[in-house]
Write a protein that binds this ligand. Structure first.
Ligand SMILES: Nc1ncnc2c1ncn2[C@@H]1O[C@H](COP(=O)(O)OP(=O)(O)OP(=O)(O)O)[C@@H](O)[C@H]1O
Ligand SMILES: [Mg+2]
Length: 478
């Protein structure tokens, strides 16, 4: 173990005697020292450390030290490199500086010079740590399987409803934008039901050709139509006493809607081409990201079916309306991906989390999960920083205006920042715009805006003052 206040040292040099001498020397001075004679091993040792001073030779059997510097720098600011070389030349010195070297020392080594360089590196790293944008530790995931994330008021209500409806066999309808977790909720209802160990069968109504959906749901007798070579059980039978999950129900053909209505009313159905009445004992959960009410008005969805499906309805709000949940999502998805790909990321910076909270996540939880998975895979460090995310989310994807008609109608000329749409903008502009949009969206309900933005009330007040934001009066208002 090293001494507190002394960063670990990693020495990468193929000269074994130099390594040995330096190890002894620095250990005597209280440093924790790892040596390796190959770049590959050295880098692995480095990556296992939260921060370190790297003493690096240029001519290594498996790499060039100057090139290696570039990689090390991308791992983060928490590594300080010192090159030691017997072959000084201007070109590699210049390159080393460009690649972020801390010090450049010629062999034979003047130990005083190296001591100074190490002390300088140590100071540098301690400073990096202390001024540190706070880092938050990533928890370890103990149990496998899906976890439910959500501390926001709105999600707590959802979880309560899930608890209540799972006790009975009520029909449930789940709505929400794409990626808000509808399928996950459907499965949770099923698993928490008394019949949770019966099958849960999903049917994606949009993925199946209209003509086949009916036989998919109810099955068909042999020879019922061309291609029906054998008798086939439908999903309603396969679900037995469990659950049938009708995903994207808004895409269901109007003829099949009529048949589904009958099943919900009479709890009976027939196979395509069959006469026998079969019992439907399963629970029905449906989901859609479309506005079914509107579809009913437009005559694309049966009103009676709509009410049959909506015995209990659960609405999953878009992620941008529950931004307080983002930190927990960030920790969870990082831990989950680490477990899946056996990677060890220990921290995420507060700054990174703030950045994630600023985004509008039009693809909701799914998009957030994808971005985090990507960042974890790409990370060359044991900690995730804001840069890991800005590299993935392209500038034009940053903070898009909230897509919701409610604010566009009432507040259009203020809320539409469209000239220059996707041009890179300063963070301040983006922040101002996001706050303005959120306030319009909540009709200046500041408490709600705070919850969406994930900031405190005093902070919101300061920002409103700073950016001179005011509620917009419409022209026709006096
Ligand atoms: N509250 C949550 N906690 C943990 N993970 C979640 C949560 N909500 C969503 N997810 C994850 O986000 C991803 C998208 O969720 P899901 O597939 O359920 O969305 P969906 O609403 O069905 O989307 P679509 O309408 O596009 O089918 C999944 O990987 C899911 O596990
Ligand atoms: Mg889905």
């Amino acid at each position: 173990m090293g001494t507190p206040g002394k960063e670990p040292i990693v020495i990468i040099d193929d000269d074994k005697s130099i390594c040995k001498t330096l190890k002894l020397h620095f250990e005597r001075n209280g440093y924790d020292v790892t040596i390796s004679h190959l770049a590959k091993e050295g880098i692995a040792a480095l990556r296992a450390l939260r921060s370190a001073i790297v003493i690096l030779d240029i001519k290594l059997p498996d790499a060039n030290g100057v090139e290696l510097l570039k990689d090390i720098r991308t791992y983060g600011e928490n590594y300080y490199s010192i090159i030691i070389t017997a072959f000084p030349d201007m070109e590699s010195t210049v390159k080393a500086v460009q690649n972020g070297v801390g010090e450049y020392i010629y062999k034979p080594i003047d130990i005083q010079e190296l001591d100074d360089a190490v002390a300088k590196g140590n100071d540098f790293l301690l400073k990096v740590e202390s001024r540190d944008i706070p880092y938050i530790p990533i928890p370890k995931l103990e149990t496998a399987g899906n976890h439910f994330i959500g501390k926001s008021q709105i999600m707590k209500e959802v979880f309560k409803t899930v608890g209540l409806v799972s006790m009975s066999k009520t029909t449930v309808h789940i709505t929400g934008e794409s990626g808000t977790g509808k399928e996950l909720i459907a499965k949770a209802i099923h698993h928490n039901s008394p019949d949770g160990n019966e099958p849960c069968v999903s049917v994606n109504c949009s993925a199946i050709v209209e003509t086949l959906l009916e036989s998919e749901l109810f099955g068909h007798e042999k020879g019922a139509f061309t291609g029906a070579i054998n008798r086939k059980e439908g999903k309603f039978s396969l679900a037995r006493n469990g659950t049938i999950f009708l995903d994207e129900i808004g895409e269901m053909d109007i003829n099949v809607q009529a048949k589904l209505l009958r099943v919900l009313q009479e709890r009976e159905f027939e196979m395509v081409g069959g006469k026998e009445k079969l019992k439907a004992n399963c629970r029905v959960i449906s989901a859609t990201n479309r506005d079914l009410k509107q579809m009913v008005k437009d005559g694309h969805f049966r009103e009676d079916l709509f009410y049959r499906l909506n015995v209990v309805s659960i609405y999953l709000p878009p992620l941008r309306e529950r931004k307080v949940d983002i930190p927990e999502f960030a920790l969870y998805f990082t831990a989950k991906t680490c477990k899946e790909i056996s990677k060890d990321i220990q921290y995420i910076s507060q700054e990174a989390i703030d950045f994630l909270m600023e985004q509008s996540w039009t693809g909701n939880v799914r998009q957030l999960e994808n971005v985090i998975t990507n960042a974890v895979i790409m990370s060359r460090n044991n900690r995730l920083s804001k840069e890991d995310f800005t590299a993935i989310l392209k500038p034009e994807e940053f903070v898009q205006p909230v897509e919701s008609h409610s604010w566009q109608e009432t507040d259009s000329q203020q809320a539409l920042p469209h000239e220059g749409g996707n041009k890179p903008r300063s963070l301040q502009d983006v922040e101002k715009e996001q706050i303005r949009i959120t306030l319009s969206y909540t009709k200046w309900h500041k408490g709600k805006a705070c919850e969406i933005l994930g900031i405190t009330r005093p902070r919101l007040e300061r920002k409103i003052h700073k950016y001179g934001l005011k509620p917009l009066k419409l022209y026709f208002e006096k």
